[in-house]
Design a protein around this ligand. Sequence first.
Ligand code: ATP
Ligand code: ATP
Ligand code: MG
Ligand code: MG
Ligand code: MG
Ligand code: MG
Length: 237
Amino acid sequence: MANSRFEYVRQFETHDTLLPETYIVIRIDGKKFHEFSKYYDFVKPNDERALKLMNACAKNVVLTYRADMILAFGESDEYSFILKSDTNLFNRRSEKLSTLICSLYTSNYVALWPKFFPGVDLNAKHLPYFDSRCVVYPNLKTIKDYLSWRFVDTHINNLYNTAFWQLIQVCGLTAQESENKLAGTVSSEKQEILFTDCSINYNNEPDMFKKGSLITRKGEILHIDVIKQIDTLFEGF
Ligand code: ATP
Ligand code: ATP
Ligand code: MG
Ligand code: MG
Ligand code: MG
Ligand code: MG
């Protein structure tokens, strides 16, 4: 097949090699999971089955490419895979990294679905799919800040979502009323609203919801304060 007169079209392909000696993050995110979660009746705001399924898929990805991974971190419908700065996985080609990790993740999601959602069939018109991107970070400071950013995002979103849904489910507010009540409040005020109006102490919410999930190279799944442990997590990298 090689050397045909058509072969020249290969020259139209662009190169996408990521900068050497930089940390690579591949972040995948569920497409329209707001709808997907509604269609499959996810418990709001946190469906434990769905989070555990996300974690199981990520664990398989980490273990498949363990030699190249530092760790992975996930919340909601997203996961970030953080690769070593000296990795040569897929020759550091951005599109290969992004598409292969993403499709490996997605095929795991479909394959493991029945284990986490027994008795719930995936409908061919409502299949899970994910987007994916590669981002490089030039040094330890920025890659640590990246992970801290996703961790803080988990906290902010979960506190808001917990308060928003509790006001609806426990206090009987409409979605609009709940949104209005929370508008402009800071974290401590949301915690106070949860406590006084819904009798919920946010501190007692499950760690997986509050802190997200971190997967080590060994495949352990942890729900820890990432910011407190940030230096330990990147020790040796
Ligand atoms: P996009 O395609 O742009 O990513 P999206 O609908 O997936 O759109 P996101 O910002 O990614 O929007 O948010 C994901 C949404 O999926 C959340 O807002 C939440 O409604 C839902 N979701 C994801 N995981 C869970 C879960 N474990 N339990 C309940 N709902 C979830
Ligand atoms: P890479 O990961 O680099 O793509 P690869 O093993 O997938 O490696 P390809 O050049 O993509 O290599 O070739 C795909 C191979 O898959 C074929 O050489 C063939 O062996 C096998 N294959 C694909 N489709 C079929 C099919 N329908 N029937 C039998 N074999 C197939
Ligand atoms: Mg998105
Ligand atoms: Mg999404
Ligand atoms: Mg998302
Ligand atoms: Mg192939």
